[in-house]
Design a protein around this ligand. Structure first.
Ligand code: UDX
Ligand code: UDX
Length: 462
């Protein structure tokens, strides 16, 4: 048995590495158009940071795991082909800002159709709008070179930062498909290390929709607790106490109730907008509005945090130095896609603050690229004022203490463990006075912050 995966990103890379590790007799070939990314997968410096991933890749690479840009060869040789390319939100034309851009999926399907012979199982790993499998099937069937195909939907539920753990021990694996034989072939791959009762099978459309729904529900929990955080700040309640109190209700449960500066990542916003677009397409306006509010609430939370910083610092941050701790969208990942930090930094820059940014895993280039992206308008134009701010007001440093030195404030935007254990007295002593700290992740003990002399503010506490 041979597997090929198109797309060596945050999903394709770790997932295939785990399959290769667990199934030494299956040849796994991960292909991608992006040569530098493939080179990185073949080096000691993997393109994706995930705790434990290095070991998994090292064990399988060179044995039954390979990474290359030979897409045609990879497809031609394989019995089973995973599609794990990205499906970003469309930025142009019909459905811009909402619908998923399926250009890459369609290109993959056409390429598979062109180079395939015999029978192949095509697995949708990317998160897709419901009924995409139909389009994929039609494209494959139009190949006209005698090849035959089964299409399966097998959405990935791993979260970044815990990808290896999630792949090793998933709550469930979901496989949607029409052909029982094809579903079984894929179930057997996962069955090598995952108990059979955790492998769920459904029809294709349920599987596609379940992935969008799972992300929408998770994001909704975060937006719900973030909505309550605003009310806590206004009333003297403490959002972490409220979360603990409601989370002990077994019907609610304790997970995903951590108030924050806002959710980020490549999936939540994209998938909800995709769901909203689908609902609108089917004429379900109220349903669309219901889910869209989860995203609106998140935008509000990010904006509100930046506004609170400005307001607390005597209504001006102009020319003040603010140390930014953390830029990734959550801890234990180098991914910055849709990170709340991008929006908070933009808002502070437009208030003319000077930013000194530190993240243990995110490169200076990634930070600059994201800030450039968020300050550029929809026509691709960066106005002169913003260009100057990016050039003059942004510095990136390699140490949290360096980011705080001489700063008027420190803002924590990612919950990295090292911030939790930072020496707050040392931080405070190196700052301008009064020394403000804004904890957007509630990782700092407020009593300790106050004892260190910081003027401390966090989410959901007056
Ligand atoms: C992405 C989406 O974010 C996620 O929602 C979806 O479920 C799977 O795809 P991720 O792996 O995080 O997940 O994306 P990314 O890291 O951007 O990786 C996609 C890879 O596909 C890139 O390396 C890109 O170069 C590659 N690609 C894209 C191709 O090889 N061919 C293409 O035609 C398009
Ligand atoms: C998510 C889903 O969890 C995963 O199942 C799916 O496959 C992809 O999308 P991911 O985006 O990697 O995974 O991270 P996740 O842990 O879900 O966090 C998303 C965002 O929500 C992060 O910015 C995180 O900081 C934020 N969050 C999460 C909170 O603010 N509070 C919480 O309680 C939980």
């Amino acid at each position: 048995m041979k597997i090929c995966c198109i797309g060596a990103g945050y999903v394709g890379g770790p997932t295939m590495a785990m399959i290769a590790k667990q199934c030494p007799d299956i040849g796994v070939h991960v292909v991608d158009l992006n040569q530098p990314r493939i080179d990185a997968w073949n080096s000691d410096e993997l393109p994706v940071y995930e705790p434990g991933l290095d070991e998994v890749v090292k064990e399988a690479r060179g044995r039954n795991l390979r990474f290359s840009t030979m897409v045609d060869e990879g497809i031609a040789e394989a019995d089973m082909i995973f599609i794990a390319v990205n499906t970003p939100t469309k930025t142009f034309g019909i459905g811009a800002g909402r619908a998923a851009n399926l250009e890459f999926i369609e290109k993959c399907a056409r390429q598979i159709a062109r180079v395939s012979h015999g029978h192949k199982i095509v697995v949708e790993k990317s998160t897709l709008p419901v009924r995409t499998a139909e389009a994929v099937k039609r494209i494959l069937e139009s190949a006209g070179n005698g090849a035959t195909f089964d299409v399966l939907s097998n959405p990935e539920f791993l979260a970044e930062g815990t990808a290896v753990k999630d792949l090793l021990n998933p709550d469930r694996v979901l496989i949607g498909g029409e052909s029982a034989k094809a579903v079984d072939a894929l179930a057997q791959v996962y069955g090598r290390w995952i108990p059979a009762d955790r492998i769920l099978t459904t029809n294709l459309w349920s599987s596609e929709l379940s992935k969008l729904t799972a992300n929408a529900f998770l994001a909704q929990r975060v937006s719900s607790i973030n909505a309550i955080s605003a009310l806590c700040e206004a009333t003297g309640a403490d959002v972490d106490e409220v979360a603990r109190a409601i989370g002990t209700d077994s019907r609610i449960g304790p997970k995903f109730l951590k108030a924050s500066v806002g959710f980020g990542g490549s999936c939540f916003q994209k998938d909800i907008l995709n769901l909203v677009y689908l609902c609108e397409h089917f004429g379900l306006r109220e349903v669309a509005a219901y889910w869209e509010q989860v995203v609106n609430m998140n935008d509000y939370q990010k904006r509100r945090f930046a506004e609170r910083i400005v307001k607390t610092m005597f209504n001006t941050v102009s020319d003040k130095l603010i140390g930014i701790w953390g830029f990734a969208f959550k801890k234990d990942t180098n991914d910055v896609r849709e990170s709340a930090a991008i929006h908070v930094c933009r808002d502070l820059l437009r208030e003319r603050a000077r930013l000194r940014i530190y993240d243990p895993r995110v490169s200076a280039d990634q930070v600059r690229e994201e800030l450039l992206g968020v300050m550029t308008d929809s026509n691709g134009i960066l106005n002169e004022g913003d260009r100057k701010l990016l050039e003059k007001n942004v510095t990136i440093v390699k140490d949290a203490y360096a980011a705080a030195e001489n700063a008027h404030a420190v803002a924590i935007l990612t919950e990295w463990d090292e911030f939790r254990t930072a020496d707050l007295s040392r931080v405070q002593a190196s700052m301008q006075q009064p020394a403000f700290m804004f904890d957007g992740r509630n990782v700092i003990n407020s009593a300790q912050a106050k004892a260190a002399g910081l003027d401390f503010h966090c989410i959901g506490r007056a």
